[in-house]
Design a protein around this ligand. Structure first.
Ligand code: PMV
Length: 346
């Protein structure tokens, strides 16, 4: 049967990727945690037709056709066909669904391009009749995912990932991410992420437009320099397991990403009043309880509350009593550090 299916989780960046050159080449390294419950499931059915016909795609999201996204997919598949020459002349049917609520304001490009890239590399293996080594398989999936959406490069592996050439880390690359769980203190390997949904509206600025704003940004050079320093600091914190230092650095990174957007031209204020209320409450909670919970943000209004799993009871009470009133329709997602993508039996 010419059918393949993968489930891939999203990821949350601790050190942010913001700014790129060329084909999603990052201007600084980034570090992330792969999540567990926020995932995309993608099924790919392929059939050989005439090579001269190129690649044709039929795309369904939640069982419905999405012409806009289908166009972007055709574009993407043509761009990456140089990496999978066997794709020429294939007719593809791609079906996708997300585990998280539709238009919840959660970026799904990381999980969707990761799931699709994993399907494509599995398809290539079948078409060629020779399996890749495990390392080569995931490296290629990460590279192809990156070409769809930079942050997707970090979703093909479990746990903690590093993407971008990093001084002192020989295996690191601009082209794909690498798993770094072996360099991470066990205390971080069971972290949880409560995703607090503040706004369900679509993004005020697309990621591509946001990255582009860094090209002529007056503070870009200083920001990139700082991100390199923060990557080095984070790698050391992840090793030692210092949860308070982790909290301080994760929050500083999130705020500096938003500071870049507030000072770009045009400027974007992506936090909502409830975002600010939540991040203040998290700061007070940490101060009062000594529990090293912290927030991080993507390029939007939703808040990720990261915390060690030993504090689950206090945190869940804190969320329900104090934070939920600031969430859109009281919605939040109880996610955690995850085990990475899983191939589904079809
Ligand atoms: O992958 P993109 O192009 O959607 O960029 C994502 C950028 C941030 O989510 C804001 C940060 C990151 O590193 O994930």
């Amino acid at each position: 049967m010419n059918k393949i299916s993968w489930q891939s989780p999203s990821n949350i960046a601790l050190i942010k990727y913001w700014g790129k050159t060329g084909d999603q080449i990052p201007t600084n390294p980034s570090i992330s945690f792969t999540l567990e419950k926020s995932f995309t499931e993608t099924t790919l059915i392929y059939e050989k037709t005439d090579k001269k016909k190129g690649i044709s795609v039929d795309f369904l999201f939640d069982g419905e056709s999405k012409p806009d996204f289908e166009k972007r997919l055709v574009n993407y598949l043509n761009r990456i066909s140089e990496y999978i020459p066997a794709m020429q002349g294939l007719q593809l049917k791609i079906e996708s669904r997300n585990s998280f609520p539709h238009s919840s304001g959660i970026a799904s490009s990381a999980s969707s391009y990761s799931a699709l890239a994993l399907c494509l590399v599995s398809m290539e293996e079948k078409l060629m009749g020779t399996p890749f080594t495990t390392d080569a398989f995931y490296q290629k999936a990460s590279l192809l995912a990156r070409l769809g959406s930079g942050s997707a490069a970090r979703s093909v592996y479990s746990g903690c990932n590093l993407w971008g050439k990093t001084p002192g880390i020989v295996e690191s690359s601009q082209l794909y991410s690498i798993p770094i769980n072996h360099q991470v203190h066990s205390d971080f390997l069971n972290y949880k992420d409560a995703i607090l949904l503040v706004s369900k509206s679509t993004k005020k600025v697309s990621s591509s437009a946001g990255h582009q704003l860094m090209d002529k940004h007056p503070f870009a050079e200083a920001k990139f320099k700082e991100s390199f320093k923060n990557t080095e600091k984070m790698l050391s914190i992840l090793k030692t397991g210092d949860a308070m230092e982790f909290a301080n650095l994760v929050e500083a990174e999130a705020l500096s990403l938003h500071a870049m957007m507030m000072t770009s031209n045009p400027a974007f204020l992506l936090m909502e009043p409830h975002t600010l209320a939540i991040i203040r409450k998290i700061g007070n909670f940490r101060h009062e309880t000594g529990i090293p919970a912290c927030f991080t943000l993507d390029a939007g209004a939703n808040v990720h509350l990261l915390y060690p799993s030993y504090a689950i009871e206090q945190i869940q009470t804190f969320i329900k009593k104090t934070l939920m009133p600031y969430c859109f329709n009281y919605q939040w997602i109880d996610d955690q550090f995850g085990n990475g993508p899983v191939q589904q039996t079809v």
